[in-house]
Ligand binder design. Structure first.
Ligand code: AMP
Length: 249
């Protein structure tokens, strides 16, 4: 079975995000970019399924500017077999990403697509669900455990009341939650090997998809600055302040 893993290039999770002065979005110039952390978990799970002999091939896909090729290289260094880069300078919103991924799924015919539950840049949490709807495939979102048996996959998901397990028939869509696994670091020899693995480059036009945005971004603003805290000298002072000054925000 072939696995498809979409990997998004996002601002690194260690970077303190700054809003552009004109409110048009988040500053990405000169900022360290990395693979979306939930997508690292997706690659890890796919590679483990290959190591267990459940999957035969892992294909990493990234959509966006040419530098997304580096994100694919990271997935290849973690153990993916080949990559597909859909190169465009256009702003890609989840519906466009889902349409492009559907076109790739129709070409590649994977048995399973593992996405992150959300990209940490805009926290959309939409692409996997939209892709499942477009393909008409079952979906298991926020997976903390997956088990494939024959033509079905059991997906354990974290929900408010605890854990829920759904059984899906393949082909299916899974989106990863944090507890699914701990992604490996790519070793130097694997980083070297990844340089020789193939990456095919396509365009939205070649896939017959118009990626034009459907949502208009109105403005992006920094959250209000938190006020500095105050030190209290005693428990009595704390209780007095809680009575007279504390507010529910
Ligand atoms: P989102 O719906 O934007 O929060 O993204 C959810 C997941 O969709 C991500 O974790 C990725 O697996 C996938 N995804 C979203 N955008 C892209 C992209 N430009 N390239 C590759 N994968 C993407």
């Amino acid at each position: 079975m072939k696995l498809l893993v979409p990997v998004k290039r996002v601002v690194d999770y260690n970077v303190k995000v700054r809003v552009r002065a004109d409110g048009s979005g988040v500053e990405t110039a000169g900022v360290k970019m990395s693979m979306n952390p939930f997508d690292e978990i997706a690659v890890e799970e796919a590679v483990r399924l290959k190591e267990k002999g459940v999957a035969s091939e892992v294909v990493a896909v990234s959509l966006g500017v040419a530098a997304c090729g580096e994100t694919i290289r990271t997935a290849l260094a973690m153990g993916a077999d080949r990559g597909i880069l859909v190169e465009t300078d256009a702003e890609l919103q989840p519906l466009a990403v889902a349409k492009l991924l559907r076109a790739i799924a129709e070409r590649e015919k994977p048995g399973l697509i593992i996405l992150g539950k959300q990209a940490i840049d805009d926290d959309m949490n939409a692409t996997g669900q939209m892709l499942a709807a477009l393909l008409g495939w079952p979906q298991g979102t926020f997976a903390s455990k997956v088990e494939i048996a024959g033509e079905t996959i059991a997906v354990t998901r974290e929900i408010d009341g605890g854990l829920e397990t759904v059984s899906l028939s393949l082909p299916a869509i899974v989106t990863t939650d944090l507890r699914l696994n701990e992604p490996r670091y790519a070793s130097l020899p694997n980083i070297m090997k990844a340089r020789k693995k193939p990456i095919e480059t396509l365009t939205p036009a070649a896939l017959g998809v118009d990626p034009a945005p459907r949502l208009a971004l109105v403005t992006v603003v920094e959250p209000a600055k938190r006020q500095a805290g105050k030190k209290v000298g005693s428990v009595a002072e704390l209780v007095a302040k809680l009575k007279t000054e504390a507010k529910v925000i």
